[in-house]
Design a protein around this ligand. Sequence first.
Ligand code: SF4
Length: 482
Amino acid sequence: MARTYDEQAVQPAGDVLHEACGVTAIYAPGEDVARLAYFGLYALQHRGQESAGLAVGNGVAIDSHREMGLITGVFDEEILGRLRGDVAIGHTRYSTSGSSVVCNAQPFVEESNLGPFAFAHNGNLTNADELAARLPDDVRLAATSDSEILAKTIALATGGTWAEKIKAAMRVAEGAYSVALLTPDAVYGFRDPWGVRPLCIGTYGDRGYMIASESCALATVGAHYLREISAGEIIVIDGRGIRTEHTEVVKPASLCMFEYIYFARPDSVLSGRSIYMARYEMGRALAREHPVDADVVIAVPDSAIPGGIGYAAESGLPYVEGLIKNRYIGRTFISPDKKMRSQGVHLKFNPIVENLRGQRVVVVDDSIVRGTTTPRIVSLLRDAGAREVHLRITSPPIVHPCYLGVDMATHEELIAANLTVPQICERLGADSLGYLHIDSLVASTGRERHDFCLGCLNGKYPSRPADSHGNVQADRQPALKA
Ligand code: SF4
């Protein structure tokens, strides 16, 4: 009987199954690959803080370890010392409430007709139900995520080589998937044909290679960035070297714009463009589009800081620190429920009163999703003595949900989908509000509009989920951040 993966989920009906994660892979015979992958993951901790795992291949078998928690809590010397081999992959996971359980921690280790493999996925399938329904009835799903559906699809795909099996799965899988796959003696890296989530490759030492969600992971272990893995490309690294085995029919390029705005670390490079410089240019453009008579510019730490510095540079206003973030709490948007989210801001930021008292303050932030966090920031600044608070946002209004792995609000919850800009300004309690225009956003990346998914900003998605009647599902996912 056909089934959906929701049938096997342990979470309540209506909850969502998705993730926005970090993956890494390393091929480095003779090196301590587990430790290298561990440090790579450590650099990707910002992409997911709920669980982490490593899998290592020793030429014959695969050993792995995965647990709930931060990288530093999941691994210790004893565990890393046990994971010996020449190839490794790693995963750090973000999930929503309900699916934050160890069975969903990755990498998954699966069996197949070609032997064992381990699998680490960043993204979100838009046809996971359909893929789950295709699986034979006797296939047991141990997890509740779409990642496992993709792993099983690959395991059961036809093909005499791994590249053929991956290729077969890519023909039926829709949505976002940047994947690191490990066999006992090789690593594979591949991206969906739209290229929604990033994945790059670099060299390590004389004959090693490393794959990671972001280039900051490569830099952390001394690997040298080569390039992005192309949309639809399957990279193979084994004893014969490195090669592209296949490039799936390329769909319209659709890199998630929020990698530039928010997700990626500022020291990462994405398709040759520094994330820091892209955000700095967003801030400069924002200052040109929405100038204001003010005394100081501050930014909401951390992701908006380059934008704040850019706004200050373009406007000629001084940039000062106005908010200090407690970095041990975690990003507001990963809080698992509304109550914790609302408490998070109070715990998370403290004002520097001396820089705010009596000042007309420009506050640069990267996005407003539901509009529940920002009023608290405005209040915090006013309580600290700010005379005026002018919000400047380095993204356009978010007016649609995301179907591709970003924990976004529903249409009803999105503040910009339901209110005009003046109404939002009033709701947030600010003196003025300005969003960056979509053309300026694209220009700040140094790339073309057709390179991106801008679905939550303009409603045009590369791939959308359909229900059993073929209708596109709406509002499937609940918060990027509040
Ligand atoms: S809809 Fe928005 S958040 Fe989702 S992938 Fe597209 S740009 Fe990124």
